[in-house]
Design a protein around this ligand. Structure first.
Ligand code: ATP
Length: 252
């Protein structure tokens, strides 16, 4: 059974059909990409998946359970972690603290003290801290544990977001344009990291506009256009699909 089964998802914003009867399956252990022109509905799919908005129709079965619609915390608790198009970090906290927050759940920045000193035992705190350090090493930010998030380079901020998302121990890591704004060596390092995450057992869903990156990285992909899924398959199959070529090139 697939890890994720989306069926008949539709979402309208006024006269705009952001998602139009979209169904897709994501299998355990794959890297699955959502691509499509601007305004195709990719971020809306993420918003529906992660409970940031409620679909008008359709639903999602994730890890054999029907996902609550429009409930961010419930979805996160089922094992879906998300990054955003623009990194949403606590800029005035260190990289280490940002990852620790990912581990303990979403909290207001001011609650960090309570989080650190709160109801947790010392042993729990030590375990959480060790896991956060491990994740920083894992994404290549070990040397920046004590650096404020605002002082990190763009590529490092994106990797910190991934570490923070991984801190929740997700089954599915959903990344919205993780390579946007990265230079070629940063996006090559990102591809290596995502392959490693897949190899270590976390399924990856990504929205990405960097076609060479996506084509070389994902196992399968879906193409959205004006809210509809117009193609799905391996990168090689999708690349040669006439409907996809039309969607990308056919508009004069
Ligand atoms: P991009 O690649 O530019 O990020 P996308 O494929 O992620 O695009 P969405 O952001 O999902 O596309 O948008 C799909 C359509 O829905 C667009 O026409 C967009 O303007 C519209 N839309 C998305 N969110 C809202 C909203 N909150 N209110 C009104 N319209 C919205």
């Amino acid at each position: 059974m697939p890890l994720l089964q989306a069926r008949g998802l539709s979402k309208r914003y006024g006269g705009i059909c952001a998602l139009d009867d979209v169904s897709l399956d994501i299998h355990r252990g794959e890297i699955y990409a959502l691509i499509g022109p601007n305004g195709a509905g990719k971020t809306t799919f993420f918003d529906v998946l992660t409970g940031f908005c409620t679909p008008d129709a359709g639903g999602i079965v994730f890890d054999r359970v029907v996902l609550a619609r429009g409930e961010v915390r419930a979805v996160a608790a089922r094992g879906i972690a998300r990054s955003f198009q623009n990194a949403r970090l606590f800029d005035d906290l260190t990289a280490f603290e940002n990852v620790l927050i990912g581990h303990h759940g979403r909290l207001a920045a001011g609650a960090l003290d309570a989080l650190l000193r709160g109801r947790r035992t010392r042993e729990e705190e030590a375990r959480a801290a060790a896991f956060a350090r491990h994740l920083l090493d894992y994404v290549g930010l070990g040397e920046h544990a004590g650096t404020l998030a605002e002082a990190l380079s763009y590529g490092d901020r994106r990797r910190l977001e991934i570490a923070r998302a991984l801190a929740a121990g997700p089954l599915l890591l959903a990344l919205d344009e993780p390579a946007a704004g990265m230079n070629p060596s940063e996006s090559a390092a990102l591809a290596t990291l995502l392959r490693r995450i897949r190899a270590d057992g976390t399924t990856v869903l990504l929205i990405e506009h960097d076609m060479p990156l996506v084509m070389g990285l994902c196992d399968r992909m879906a193409v959205l256009d004006a809210g509809r899924k117009i193609a799905e398959g391996t990168p090689a199959a999708v690349q040669g699909d006439p409907a996809v070529i039309e969607a990308y090139l056919g508009r004069g």
